[in-house]
Design a binder for this molecule. Structure first.
Ligand code: ZN
Length: 338
């Protein structure tokens, strides 16, 4: 990314590709869902403004209307940052486990509980892995992401005090799983602290693909500089190269991402990024293997910046992470018509 933080972030996978996206919302035209979304997002911005009052962040702008292209920021790479302290319990347990087990098996199709999301399958991809710091050789190997190659995975960033992004993403992912399962969804995580490192970004995408997930969200937090704050959702660009073909997922992924952005603001009060996306809270990228290789609707969310003191107060709060998980989950639920 254009900032000098330790971890230009965003990284992982999911996607979509063979065939056309499944229809949702009982066959109603996709445009209807977009039209419904814009007011939702706008209302969320207004709620945020009322709740937070004038701040030093850039004022939020209305999300792009259907058909408008989003802000595309210059290519932002995904270099791994220097390791943060790996003293957490998660790191220890991850390191003591054996070789990476095969990621959770894709259920044939949702057994499902009861609730509005019954029959829906959601894959949550907690970015990085608490054990990655101890497996640099494994995570540094190259994997093909269609239009190039990337590291298998990265360590992720951390707060200055050593709270790692990998712990954050796993925590939020588990809270999301609980929220969505309570509403009837079948939820699969790409990693659940059960493996020593990874998965690689191509495998993260493959997990969503094999599961034929109805929606996939990769959870991250950024590693930019102090003063850069706010969240942004990363949408897949149109990429057709090698094994990558995001053509079928670009549109539904944008729908998913816009809904998440709007409802995340409403739930958390977190403003859209003041350093990526021109105030929209949305960014589009073609360099993330997790998006390039996905054949099902997928987005990433950078929940905040772990190197900004204001964002850190939020990211390190249990209560705030619950709100973050709720906001993302509500966006998924809206997308799935639940
Ligand atoms: Zn990350």
């Amino acid at each position: 990314m254009s900032y000098a933080g330790p971890e230009p972030d965003g990284f992982d996978e999911d996607y979509y590709r063979d065939g056309a996206p499944r229809r949702r919302f009982g066959g109603r035209p996709v445009l209807v869902t977009f039209a419904a979304l814009v007011p939702t997002a706008l209302a969320a911005w207004l709620v945020w403004q009322v709740v937070s009052g004038p701040g030093d962040s850039e004022p939020p702008k209305v999300l792009p209307a259907p058909g408008q292209s989003s802000t595309v920021s210059p290519s932002q790479d995904e270099k791994a940052s220097s390791p943060a302290p790996s003293t957490s319990k998660e790191s220890k347990s991850a390191a003591s486990s054996s070789a990476p087990s095969k990621a959770s098996k894709a259920p044939a199709k949702p057994a499902g509980g009861s609730g509005p999301l019954k029959g829906k399958l959601v894959v949550i991809d907690p970015g990085h892995n608490p054990g990655n710091f101890r497996h640099t050789t494994e995570i540094n190997r190259s994997v093909n992401v269609g239009n190039g190659s990337k590291e298998c995975d990265t360590t992720g960033t951390s707060t200055n005090a050593g709270y790692t992004e990998a712990r954050f993403t796993l925590d939020v992912a588990k809270r999301m799983r609980a929220y969505l399962e309570q509403r009837g969804a079948t939820v699969q995580l790409t990693q659940d602290g059960h493996r020593a490192w990874g998965p690689c970004v191509d495998e993260r995408a493959e997990i969503g693909n094999k599961a034929k997930a109805d929606a996939v969200v990769s959870v991250h937090a950024d590693g930019s500089g102090e003063g850069n704050r706010g969240f942004h959702v990363i949408l897949p660009a149109s990429v057709r190269a090698g094994a990558a073909d995001t053509t079928p997922i670009v549109k539904p992924s944008r729908d998913l991402g816009e809904r998440i952005a709007g409802l995340y603001v409403k739930a958390t009060g977190q403003a859209p990024s003041n350093y990526v996306g021109g105030g929209t809270g949305l960014d589009t990228r073609s360099d993330l293997g997790g998006l390039n290789l996905s054949k099902v609707p997928k987005v990433f969310i950078e929940c905040g910046n772990m190197r900004d003191s204001q964002d850190v107060e939020r990211l390190t709060s249990d209560a705030w992470r619950q709100k973050a998980a709720q906001g993302i989950s509500e966006g998924i639920m809206s997308f799935l018509g639940g």
